[in-house]
Design a protein. Structure first.
Length: 247
């Protein structure tokens, strides 16, 4: 294949990502309410959105999912607010699975875009330096990702593309993300169901609950390192005793 043929083939591929991001931006602006995204606007439109969901459940759910995915792709920090909106509009039974599915799909899209956009460039320039990081991701990446997903303070929109730049397998990223985001999503959706009763965000999301989730995120890492330390100590004790003599 000549260089001209390669240029013709790569040209559409290079244009695909900018076109996709532009389409995501247009879609986001189209779906965005006139008042913007905020607790106040969500409280003011909750009844209207709930009525729309009752009249057109599939269309409303699809619009919510598209809005969540575009926020993830465009790295907009409103995932927590959309998760609260899922509870306010869809209720607990529908809000948790719909919110989790939307968050997982958005994470997947951001992960894939980052991998195709930047990982090859990074590996080409810093391949040797990144080798140790990639090996660490292969060994313990799932544990660290699970812990990050459980901590509400870790930015959802930044974790997705950063993991896409590593060697983490796509399948591992998806199932670990869904598993780790499920408890956090349940907390946010449950808070959304009480949107009309609360006068502030602090009443919706108790600091104690958020701190408990953060500590829960540290548990798999502490358990893993604790088990590794116990195994090292056991091997050290066995070596100190020497071989067991038999009659």
């Amino acid at each position: 294949m000549t260089s001209n043929d390669q240029d013709r083939t790569c040209g559409p591929r290079r244009l695909f990502l900018p076109v996709l991001l532009a389409a995501a931006l247009v879609l986001f602006l189209w779906l965005l309410p006139d008042e913007g995204l905020s607790i106040a606007s969500l409280r003011g439109r909750r009844d209207l959105l709930a009525d729309q969901f009752a009249a057109n459940p599939w269309q409303t759910a699809l619009a919510f999912c598209l809005l969540y995915v575009t926020c993830a792709v465009l790295l907009l920090p409103w995932a927590w607010l959309l998760s609260i909106a899922a509870g306010a509009v869809f209720g607990l039974a529908w809000g948790i699975p719909l919110g989790l599915a939307s968050a997982t799909l958005g994470a997947l899209c951001a992960f894939v875009i980052a991998r195709h956009l930047g990982r090859g460039l990074l590996q080409g320039r810093f391949g040797e330096r990144l080798a140790a990081i990639n090996q660490g991701i292969e060994r313990e990446g799932a544990f660290h990702l699970f812990a990050l997903r459980l901590v509400p303070f870790c930015p959802y929109v930044l974790i997705n593309p950063l993991m896409g730049l590593t060697a983490m397998p796509l399948g591992t990223f998806v199932w670990v993300s869904a598993l780790g985001m499920a408890p956090v999503m349940a907390v946010y959706v449950n808070a959304g169901t009480r949107l009309g009763e609360a006068s502030s965000l602090g009443e919706l999301l108790s600091p104690l609950v958020l701190a408990s989730l953060a500590l829960l995120g540290l548990f798999p890492l502490l358990a893993k390192h604790g088990l590794a330390a116990w195994r090292r100590r056991r091997r050290t004790n066995q070596s100190a005793r020497g071989p067991v003599k038999t009659l």
